[in-house]
Write a protein that binds this ligand. Structure first.
Ligand code: HEM
Length: 560
């Protein structure tokens, strides 16, 4: 970093004056920004009055202001605000003038419209990749006047993911609320920003998700996936039904988690898998749109599906309440059962001093229902791709038909190729395609100064197809995983991210996805519906990637 910028940055970092450029902190809450706007507006009105008084005459100044009345006040407030904005943006641009970054489209909007256009064509990550080529691994881009940062440097990503005192999660994780309806809330183990609450919860929940514990629960997991698949197949006519795999596997996993985690008397939750999946898909569809344009927000207000979603979330949470009451009683009467996920959730929340404990417990229950869908989306991607890769498909099927799923160990031993296919799918089509962290204090990474509360992104889609780290990066080659991940440059393969906040359900996800592939292909073949043999596309506009073309599948009997 040049000395000039470094000096300016350090000076700025310590400056707390309300009227200094530095104090216009992009991360200020809205109400503080409003107060600043009013102060700048009235300040400029006052300055104009003083300037006119001194320069011309006080009487003329008074007369002019009285004549202009309210209109004048509003006009000068706007004018003052406009000039203040220009000075502010200029100041911010100056601060980063020596940092690499793409050319701004214009002074006010920065790179915002360039990015929006790329986003609407589903090419945002292509654009970010190009910017990496042009500007280097870590660069600054502009969302209007706000500098944001993007990195594809494994070293920077390592700091972002491992130094949790310096980089925290984003406070505005989208799945917290939908138009005020609480979904996963503010401190579930997924949404909690950091600190003591996160550490305490993670410590209690992690043992449930370890490989050793999953090996103990393997038979139960396998039986639920098998039963779930049988149930899903009941409505499928072999050779005819065009199965929507996003819903099919979404529902399978709602059944699975219902049965494994929440069922009170056998099928209290799992029997609602169809309804739960429908609501989850609605939630995942509408949540990201809350962060769209004002027009989209307005349209959402009037969309009956959004109301339906809000009601659905409310229903989910009420059902969760019932589960909690039941399990709390069970825990008190029979003691803790290490295989029961709700018992872990109850214990994880026990000594936390937070508002209404029931609401916080519910946030964690909702989180489980929500994250389980990642597996549905991943499997739908697996089959969308596999059906169009005949050589890989044949090799996989050959392995599956001979596989042994009597224990986790045997499954892992006899389904090596399936694991390689999954790893390769998660490389080319990561279900979570980007990560964001916020700096907790000013820092310099990769030569770029980041003030406190800066937003820094990395993109799995960019990293996983970076020619610097992968041979033939865009090709689907499961064989590249033959020797595991030992040849992979650390922090360049992040489908579950890494570090202390690595996906807690990573092993459970791999285990249940393998079982689902096994029970899908053991007794059936699959093929794309007629006329869709070549169609295949993914929707990258939202946080959770899903296929939006080619995801329908026809199941065939084995003999076919
Ligand atoms: C294919 C399936 C899955 C994928 C691709 C996936 C991916 C991820 C990723 C990328 C994160 C990090 C998000 C971030 O830091 O911004 C994450 C976090 C998390 N995942 Fe998963 N996940 C999957 C399945 C699951 C399952 C099945 C569970 C549990 C039942 C789960 C539980 C969690 C939790 C609790 C966190 C938050 C961990 C923390 O912040 O400490 N995930 N997951």
């Amino acid at each position: 970093m040049s000395e000039k910028v470094d000096k300016g940055a350090r000076k700025g970092a310590g400056n707390k004056s309300l009227f200094s450029l530095r104090s216009i902190n992009p991360a200020l809450p809205r109400n503080k920004k409003f107060v600043q706007t009013v102060l700048y507006g009235s300040g400029s009105c006052l300055s104009l009055g003083v300037a006119l008084s001194v320069g011309i005459s006080p009487a003329f100044a008074m007369d002019l202001l009285v004549r202009m009345g309210l209109f004048g006040v509003v006009f000068f407030t706007c004018l003052g605000y406009f000039f203040h904005k220009v000075v502010q943006i200029y100041g911010e641009h100056r601060k980063y003038e020596n940092h690499p970054g793409p050319t701004r489209e214009n002074f006010f909007s920065g790179n915002y419209y360039t990015m929006r256009r790329a986003q609407s064509k589903q090419e945002l990550f292509v654009l970010l990749g190009q910017w990496c080529d042009e500007c280097g691994d870590t660069f600054v881009f502009w969302r209007y006047e706000l500098p944001k940062f993007f990195t594809s440097s494994p070293d920077v990503i390592r700091s972002m993911l491992t130094d949790i005192s310096m980089f925290k999660k984003h406070e505005k994780i989208p799945n917290r609320t939908l138009f005020g309806q609480r979904i996963t809330g503010t401190s579930s183990f997924l949404t909690v920003v950091g600190g003591h609450t996160w550490a305490a919860k993670r410590k209690v929940m992690s043992p449930y998700f370890t490989k050793i514990h999953l090996a103990e629960m393997f038979d139960v997991c396998r039986d639920y996936i098998e039963r779930g698949m049988e149930k899903q197949m009941e409505s499928v006519k072999l050779g005819e039904t065009e199965v929507d795999t996003v819903h099919f596997y979404g529902e399978l996993f709602q059944f699975f988690i219902g049965a494994l985690g929440f069922d009170l008397d056998g099928d209290y939750v799992s029997k609602h898998a169809h309804e739960h999946n429908r609501i989850m898909q609605l939630i995942l569809k509408w949540i990201p749109l809350q962060f769209g344009t004002y027009k989209q927000l307005l349209e959402m207000r009037f969309d009956p599906e959004v109301n339906e979603t809000i009601k659905g979330i409310d229903m989910f949470r009420r059902r969760g309440l019932h589960i909690l009451e039941y399990k709390q009683k069970e825990l008190e009467e029979k003691g803790e059962n290490p295989h029961d996920i709700v018992h872990h959730i109850l214990r994880a929340n026990k000594n936390l001093s937070q508002g209404d404990p029931t609401e916080f417990l519910m946030d964690d229950i909702m989180t489980i229902f929500l994250v389980i869908d990642n597996m549905g989306k991943t499997l739908s991607t697996v089959f969308t791709r596999l059906m169009r890769e005949p050589v890989i498909y044949a090799k996989l099927v050959e392995e599956i038909r001979k596989a042994d799923v009597s224990s986790l160990q045997n499954m892992d031993k006899t389904m090596r190729y399936t694991e390689m296919v999954l790893l390769e799918i998660l490389r080319l089509h990561p279900t979570l395609m980007r990560g964001i962290r916020i700096t907790t204090r000013p820092t310099t990474v990769d030569g770029v100064y980041l003030p406190s509360e800066s937003m820094i992104f990395f993109g799995q889609l960019v990293l996983h197809q970076h020619p610097k780290y992968w041979k033939n990066p865009t090709e689907f080659i499961p064989e590249r995983w033959e020797s595991g991940s030992k040849d992979i440059v650390p922090f360049t393969y992040l489908p579950f991210v890494a570090g202390p906040r690595v996906c807690m359900g990573k092993h459970m996800a791999m285990l249940t996805m393998k079982l689902s592939i096994y029970y899908t292909l053991k007794n059936h073949n699959i093929r794309p519906p007629a006329g869709q043999e070549k169609e295949m596309a993914w929707d990258y506009r939202f946080t959770i990637v899903r296929p939006n073309k080619g995801f329908h599948t026809v199941f065939e009997p084995l003999a076919a």
